[in-house]
Design a protein around this ligand. Sequence first.
Ligand code: CP3
Length: 349
Amino acid sequence: MTFNDRFIRACLKQDVDRIPVWYMRQAGRYDPEYRKIKEKYTLLEICRQPELAAEVTMMPVRKLGVDAAILYSDIMNPVASLGVEFDIVKDVGPVIENPIRSEADIDRLKPIDVEGDLPHILKTIQILSGELSVPLITFAGAPFTIASYLIEGRPSKNYIRTKSMMYGEPKLWNKLMDKLGDMVIAYLRAHIASGGKAFQLFDSWVGALSPADFSKYVLPTITRIFAELEDLDVPKIYFPGVASGELLPTLQGIQADVIGLDWRVSIQEGRRRLGERYAVQGNLDPFVLTAPMDTIKSYAKDIIDQGLMQNGYVFNLGHGLFPEASIDKLKQLTEYVHEYSASVIAQRS
Ligand code: CP3
């Protein structure tokens, strides 16, 4: 089979024959076959079996016809190597036994040893890079988002303890951001050395900050991560998560290729706030997938029409898929994005 590089081309703002599609959280519970595997193994057990993790990564590529795979893993996996014990609890998310709250807790975090502690993740990437006919996206959680789990100990609505460290003990906060920044850099570098073809940095919850606080407490680390990974010859995506529209103008200096948008800001407005540099990815509200197919298509059409106004557009959702999504609708949506965008592009040439 020939390699489908449409996703890479779009990330680099090159010409494409049709708009590439992938979905955040495309490997998951909406798929009965995945749910069956989950009856036997937990997420972390799947991640520790490279053949199985590779299989779960490939399932949505086969079933949905998407143009990229995303590694089956979780943003919490690398923190195991720092010495943090956690669990992924069903219907809750990451839960940390001993949250990180004092300077001693931060000092205890070890530097990441990807080859030593997370060889299963690299092995999964190696298997996939030999088998896939679409690019493999690997990922890491960004420092703010990981810190929010480490400090709160579990998913949070208002990030009270996280913000309390950020405002009250900025030296500690910066120390933690530095350590998590180092973790992300080494982790993603190892992914790409093992065969990853692009990466996404997930900052799912950083939209909880004002642009001024984001610029002061988080952006320096994001800027450093992309600067230190600049030499990697793969597309680099930053996803500033939900409700991040107000942060977009502050991102203009980071050395990423693509910025992920949530659905609260249109593609056109997102591009305006970001400036010329970046390709954009997004941004269908995942819950629009509960609507009838015609409604889903009309939302998608509006997004695609804006995406097609300039090179550098990847279709995705504005946040991850939810468990109740239907495979059949996702498949139809993927086909629709491909067919509709191909017809518009064909008319132009
Ligand atoms: O996108 C993919 O298909 C690749 C796999 C992937 C998972 N987690 C597997 C997973 C990715 C990219 C992630 C990233 C992730 N994990 C993020 C960033 C993306 C986002 O949604 O903003 C975050 C915040 C997490 C932390 C996390 N892990 C949460 C909040 C949950 C949900 C808990 C629940 O049960 O509702 C998880 C668990 C998780 N990670 C699941 C999957 C497929 C679902 C539970 C399971 O199948 O065990």
